[in-house]
Design a protein around this ligand. Structure first.
Ligand SMILES: C[S@@+](CC[C@H](N)C(=O)[O-])C[C@H]1O[C@@H](n2cnc3c(N)ncnc32)[C@H](O)[C@@H]1O
Length: 328
């Protein structure tokens, strides 16, 4: 019997996330990947962030707009049997080099079984690191939106901003403003103010964990008076986010279930630890079915599509299992 054919891997592409840009926040694997590489490819600023690690290696510096060129160059070197580290700030898979690299690889006919190995080395993205600098703004549902219209049509960006503002997400705005793109953040604010309280907490982190770090706390209505640039991330809270003692915090939802008085935690009437809220799916389904209200009335009350409400009214409330869950 013949042994199964295995492809001998030769070259390697490592998509390395550097984290925010400080040595302390560069992961051990990212450091090792850079050490292992023969060639380092990246945007000049990112290469500068790891200058002490790249000595003696081939270094290919590219400008911000040459992402595809960086990926093509990486494939070229890896095809010659070299190990290449393609470096991104934050995480390479978050508005970084991972996507364009796979697009170039697939176009060249690459598959995971090909001779060139690909490794993605995760790093802390700006939303993690900026959140850590301001408190705990992302402890409930959140999303990221890039305001860059270099590759995305503005109506697509605007529609997403409108949807998440309406749906009360905490939002991290990447690429909020540059020397040339100054109006996008104004439009983002305009869309948010259609749904959100002008006093909604906002934090702006510029150059987080880098020497020129600057943090500003403000509100939705005043955010455009702040210093925002290419190296800023704008964190907009949800309707429950608050500032206290210089920290921005989004509650996890414990107050819906527990009342803490005089240092004691008491479960609110009708609620049980480890179980869905009384207004969770089952409780809510039972309540709307018993309400006698029409789908149209309920749709307006809960700001949900009428056909969805009609479907819920026609469904049986599912039985709830016995096992308790970790709350979250
Ligand atoms: C092209 S995106 C790259 C994102 C990166 N891959 C990540 O995961 O953080 C560039 C944007 O990331 C954000 N950003 C990157 N580094 C930052 C830092 N140190 N402080 C604040 N924001 C940062 C800014 O919004 C900037 O405009």
């Amino acid at each position: 019997m013949n042994a199964p054919e295995t492809t001998v891997k030769t070259g390697k592409i490592m998509l390395v996330g550097l984290g925010p840009g400080s040595n302390d926040h560069l992961t051990a694997r990212a450091r090792a990947a850079i050490a292992e590489a023969d060639t380092i490819i990246g945007y000049v600023t990112y290469i500068r962030l790891v200058a002490d690690l790249v000595q003696g290696k081939e270094v290919i510096k590219k400008s911000m707009t040459e992402e595809l060129d960086r990926a093509i160059e990486a494939l070229d070197r890896a095809s010659q049997g070299k190990k290449v580290a393609l470096i991104s700030s934050g995480d390479a898979g978050v508005y970084g080099m991972a996507g364009p690299t796979f697009e170039v690889l697939f176009q060249a006919g690459w598959t995971p079984d090909s001779e060139i190995e690909v490794e993605i080395v995760p790093g802390a993205s700006a939303l993690n690191t900026c959140a850590a600098l301001v408190g705990a703004p992302l402890t409930h549902d959140f999303c990221a939106i890039s305001l860059s219209d270099l590759l995305t049509p503005w109506p697509t960006i605007a529609r997403r901003l409108d949807a998440v503002a309406y749906a009360d997400f905490v939002v991290a705005l990447y690429n909020p403003k540059s020397g040339r793109r100054t109006q996008q953040i104004v439009e983002a604010q305009r869309l948010f103010l259609r749904h959100r309280d002008p006093q909604t907490p906002v934090a702006i982190v510029k150059s987080g964990y880098r020497p020129k770090q600057r943090i500003e706390f403000t509100t939705l209505e005043k955010m455009n008076e702040c210093d925002i640039g290419m190296l800023s991330t704008v964190l907009i809270g949800n309707s429950n986010t608050f500032f206290k003692h210089g920290l921005m915090v989004t509650p996890r939802g414990y107050a819906n279930k527990y009342a803490v008085e005089a240092g004691e935690r008491n479960t609110r009437d009708g609620e049980q630890a480890g179980r869905s809220l009384s207004t969770g799916l089952n409780g809510w389904m039972a309540a709307i079915q018993a309400s006698g209200k029409s789908a149209a009335e309920l749709a307006a009350e809960y700001r949900l599509p009428e056909d969805y409400i009609a479907a819920v009214l026609a469904s049986e409330v599912p039985p709830e299992g016995e096992e308790n869950e970790i709350e979250g």
